[in-house]
Design a protein around this ligand. Sequence first.
Ligand code: CU
Length: 335
Amino acid sequence: MNRRTSGQPAVRSALGALVLTLGGCAWDTPMTTLIARSDFGREILHVYSIIAWATAGIALVVFGVLAWVLARFRATPGAPLPAQTRGHTLLEIAWTIAPALVLLVISVPTLHVIFRTQAAPPAQALEVTVLGRQWWWEFRYPTLNIATANELHLPAGRPAALRLEGPDVIHSFWVPQLGGKRDVVPGRSNQLTFTPQVPGEYWGQCAEFCGVSHANMRMRVIVDAPDAFERWAAAQRVTPAPPTGLAAQGKAIFASGACVACHTIRGVSAGVLGPDLTTFGSRRTLAAGMFPNTPERVAEWVKNPGGLKPGVKMPALGLTDDQARAVAAYLASLK
Ligand SMILES: [Cu+2]
């Protein structure tokens, strides 16, 4: 076969694959681990950089030697068979010891960060109990006496001490810009402490397969300036004012239906199987970060949640379009 014509398609597809792979890369996506916004995130990024640069250096040496060997000992037509050797004790000892040394060097900063990020939280930390549930997140602030879901507000500059607990199956709490993953294990209480440093909105995602809607178990962490956080927390404690018009109709439907068995709205109901909806109208997203929180989506959701989220643990309750619109108006009024 002619070498030129057989080699080119392979090179072309390799280049194509490379372009496609690199096309998936970006630095500043919402789930990036490369822009750290907490002390924990920075520690991990630091270890990551050390290892990435070290491996880049090693790769350069290894591939450099390989290229040199390929060029230097290339087969030439008519050359005699080179001397055949078998085993080389010194070389073998060297390439056993060298990787062991590399691992030893890497283990120093790694262990350092493991111990630092497992330390007990400082006394002034804000306590939050995080419950991972199929397929949404519950956030309780025991010292502030408030609860919310899917959107965790934290003040910038203050350590947050998260206690991770799970009533059903194993989940994993992961907000890449704020730190590493940590599992949420039923029957255990895992601790995750970090100090968010920059106000902003950070995306998170369950990182342990937990069933059919695992990929739809997302969350947002909203890091507020300290005074904005205080305002948010105070707003969470207010009992919602009685609604008027369409929203009042929606409240009646909510209060007389099955909704109250699963959802809490302060002053109205005290269900615990689904997210607390007391200030649902102030949330940005619906259904654990899947959709923007708009009245149209919420109406669609309360009519048939399973149509929007596979496997969802909220049943369709047979609401008419008008009832769903009224309920959506009521929920939107809850700020
Ligand atoms: Cu999951």
